[in-house]
Ligand binder design. Structure first.
Ligand SMILES: C[S@@+](CC[C@H](N)C(=O)[O-])C[C@H]1O[C@@H](n2cnc3c(N)ncnc32)[C@H](O)[C@@H]1O
Length: 465
């Protein structure tokens, strides 16, 4: 990382301190410095913003409004940088990719403040210039100043009129720039939404919102009332879900004791749908890709209530350990689902929550959309098909497999479950979630952030013939 002094001495020509050049000594703003450090860690070390931010705030003892500001600035800038780079390009004689990354990140932070926050423009510019002087150097601050002053001359809407391709000529490009998503993701979302561009725009907008914190009360181990007493509000669909408007979920007793947990509502509902399919024999369940254990935690609780047993497995040891912590009665193993460690036909129900691009959870990981690579899709779909064949081998004839992805990409969803021949009967999964509206045309279920306030999770229920 470029540190103060790497690029400049902090002193003006002739050894004069910067204050002597007509500008006061730059002020160190803790919130903006934390946001900036987070962005640099994402760029340089492939850090996960949502994992690093709480640590960074704790280490620096940043709390309250400053913590909220640092988080908003960092996450908002990471989400919005597709739009911001187009604006920066229009205000500079250098393309963003030719700007030194530490300087570019600082300018992006400034653009975010100017175009998407209520911070007064003069404060946004001067705070950013201070940040550049402190962290990048006095020379680059002149360039940053020139760019930001141009950016400040227009609103976001006015800039979009200039920098976004016209919607009638290039609808995907228009949505990509307007809502700050890579083009290939916009195309994939549009396809999954049946070509509806208006709905695609609503989805992309929802991806730019921070998701609410959803909790699950694992049945038989915690109650919704317990979560409500701790300040949560019952959710719309899942009988086990509540949303926590504020506060640290870890401080809720039931969460601390693993009787409840943080879990997206759609994740709860796909597990519930699998458990709801009526079966004559119902003793033995498998969660094939269980780490870190969100769905396994709920399946384990549901299985225990009806005296069935769950085997939870993951190919990675450290993820299997997390499953161990999330479950109480389940047997947990480290195993590759494509090379089964179990007898064929041993299970009545199998959950296959397959590794995927995660395009359905972009709300949660501000930088994820820029990290995903469309070239990873064919490799993932090969693995998904392989795991699905294995899941169908693992379930007994008449038993049921839930194929789940946290991605609505058609290659990972319909294309994987659509060519099973006569190995399996596809059930209408919507019938097992009657409380949830707008799940699509069936027989599959597709959750959406803009429709349900959940991740964009896909579910197919397949009964082995
Ligand atoms: C989408 S995540 C599962 C999330 C989990 N079901 C939950 O609700 O918390 C996919 C998991 O599949 C695991 N995985 C990837 N390849 C696998 C394989 N060949 N066999 C078993 N697990 C695999 C990954 O380690 C990852 O933990």
């Amino acid at each position: 990382m470029t540190r103060r002094g790497d690029r400049g001495t902090g002193r003006g020509p002739g050894g004069r301190p910067p204050a002597a050049q007509g500008r006061a000594r730059p002020r160190r703003d803790e919130a903006r410095n934390a946001a900036y450090d987070l962005m640099r860690a994402v760029d340089e070390r492939d850090a996960y913003a949502n994992l690093l931010m709480p640590t960074l705030l704790r280490q620096r003892r940043i709390s309250g409004r400053d913590a909220a500001l640092a988080t908003e600035l960092a996450y908002g800038t990471l989400r919005g940088l597709g739009t911001y780079d187009e604006v920066i390009a229009a205000c500079s004689d250098r393309a963003p990719e030719d700007v030194d990354p530490p300087l570019l990140d600082a300018i992006r932070l400034g653009v975010h403040q100017l175009l998407r926050t209520r911070i007064p423009p003069h404060a946004a510019v001067s705070a950013t210039i201070d940040l550049v002087r402190l962290r990048v150097g006095p020379g680059p601050s002149r360039y940053a100043n020139a760019v930001l002053r141009k950016v400040a001359g227009r609103t976001l809407e006015q800039w979009l009129e200039i920098v976004a391709p016209p919607a009638d000529e290039d609808p995907i490009g228009n949505l990509a720039v307007t809502h700050s998503h890579p083009r290939w993701i916009v195309s994939a979302m549009r396809d999954a939404l049946g070509g509806d561009l208006g709905e695609t725009a609503a989805l992309l907008e929802a991806d730019n919102e921070r998701p609410r914190v959803a909790l699950v009360a694992r049945p038989g181990r915690a109650t919704l009332d317990e979560l409500v007493e701790a300040g949560a509000e019952p959710a719309a669909y899942s009988p086990y879900a509540a949303y926590l408007p504020e506060g640290d979920p870890g401080s809720i007793r039931a969460v601390g004791e693993a009787r409840a947990a943080v879990q997206d509502e759609a994740s709860q509902l796909v597990a519930l749908a699998l458990a709801r399919v009526p079966l004559e024999r119902d003793r033995s369940w498998l969660d094939m890709c269980a780490g870190p254990g969100g769905k396994a935690g709920l399946l384990d609780a549901l299985a225990t209530q009806r005296e069935a047993r769950l085997l939870a497995s993951d190919v990675q040891y450290h993820r299997a350990r997390l499953v161990w912590n999330a479950t109480r009665e389940a047997a947990v193993v480290t195993a590759d689902g494509t090379e089964p460690a179990w007898r064929p036909g041993a299970f009545d129900r199998v959950m296959l929550d397959a590794p995927c691009t995660g395009l359905g959870a972009l709300r949660r990981r501000p930088e994820a959309r820029w990290r995903r690579d469309p070239r990873s899709v064919p490799e993932l779909t090969r693995l998904q098909r392989h795991l699905l064949v294995s899941a169908l081998d693992a379930v007994r004839p008449g038993g049921v497999v839930a194929y789940v992805t946290c991605s609505p990409h058609l290659d990972e969803t319909r294309a994987v479950v659509g060519d099973l021949g006569d190995r399996a009967e596809t059930l209408d999964a919507r019938e097992y979630l009657p409380e949830v509206p707008d799940l699509g045309d069936g027989p599959y279920v597709q959750f959406w952030p803009h429709r349900h306030g959940t991740d964009a999770m896909f579910l197919a229920l397949l009964r082995r013939r």
